[in-house]
Structures are given as C-alpha cells and as structure tokens.
Design a protein. Structure first.
Length: 188
C-alpha cells in the first residue's frame, strides 16, 4: 500500500507497521537504526533532527517525535479532529527519563490513542474520554520508565503533558523540546 492510498486510521497504522522503523536521522544525514548502540547514545543529542511527515516517508526511520508528524500529516489531510501530545518527566536537571509523543483523535463520540512507536502499546486504543486516555498513557509511560530503571512509582507526579502545534521540520533536540513545551498549553 502506498501512503497516498490510505483512507482510514487502520490503514495508516498498517502502512506504518510495514514501512516505518524506529530510529533517527542525524543532521549529518546518517540514519541511526540501533538504539542500543554506543553510536546512538553518543550522537542522539547532538545529531538528532525531527523530520516532518514527508521526511519520515522518505527515510522510513523515526522516533515517536517523527512518527507523530507523519500521523499529523495524514489526520490533518483527512480532516480529523486530533491533538498531538508531548509527555515527559518534568524535572529541572539533566536526566535520562524517557519522553513520549503521541496522537489522539476523536471519532464517533470516542477518543482514540493512535500508537505506532511505543512497542508494547502499539495499536489504536479506544477511550470514552480524552482525560481517561491521557491518564492511561501516563501510567504506561511510568511503567516503561520503571521497567528500564529510569523512574520510581512516585515519579508519576512529575509527568507533564503538553498539546503542541506542528513544529518546523528538522529541529534539533533542544529546539524541539522548547517548541513542544511552549507552543500550546500544558494539559496537566
């Protein structure tokens, strides 16, 4: 299936599963594919750029930050009511706690979490309310951070969610974080 032929969210998810892999593109043009490599760890902060949807279609590698931009492109082009959300453990010091971005959309009186990059949670998940959906994702993020030794249960109180607007393509890490935490309001 080609991207242009996608007509519904399930087909978009199928397309992404068949064509998009986890990784990142560097300012140096290199595609980083092994998140457990020393090279990834050494280069991510200084090299990572956040691609727009077209860039991700071309490279076929992206983190959740990039993948949400492809999702945004499709949902916007198909006139869905949707939101993009950035989630992080908000602390005032450098840390290795994970961030996550995700897209939610509204259809037939329900909210849906469209999730491709967060491995164990891949899928399209239905919720009765936006608030319930966001709380669920927060707990999944905490669970992941605890499993990887980067958080403890009490850190749930540090998780903040921001709805954010479309960023400029190819932002570096610092500029991207600034954008997603300042372009719109904090949700909670």
């Amino acid at each position: 299936m080609n991207y242009e032929d996608i007509t519904n969210p399930k087909q978009l998810f199928q397309y992404m599963t068949q064509n998009i892999k986890y990784g990142f593109v560097g300012k140096n043009g290199k595609i980083y594919k092994d998140q457990n490599s020393e090279e990834w760890e050494n280069d991510w902060y200084s090299e990572c750029i956040v691609q727009d949807g077209d860039g991700l279609i071309k490279s076929q590698y992206g983190t959740c930050w990039d993948q949400v931009e492809l999702e945004r492109k499709w949902f916007a082009d198909h006139n869905y009511q949707y939101k993009t959300i950035f989630m992080w453990f908000e602390v005032n010091e450098p840390n290795n706690k994970p961030t996550h971005t995700f897209l939610i959309y509204f259809e037939n009186g329900k909210w849906y979490w469209f999730e491709h990059s967060f491995g164990a949670n891949r899928g399209i998940h239905e919720f009765a309310s936006e608030e319930t959906l966001i709380e669920y994702v927060k707990y999944k993020q905490l669970e992941f951070a605890m499993q990887t030794g980067r958080a403890i249960k009490e850190d749930i109180n540090l998780i903040r969610c921001y709805e954010y607007s479309k960023p400029e393509p190819n932002l570096g890490v610092d500029d991207y974080i600034y954008h997603v935490t300042n372009s719109m309001d904090m949700i909670k």
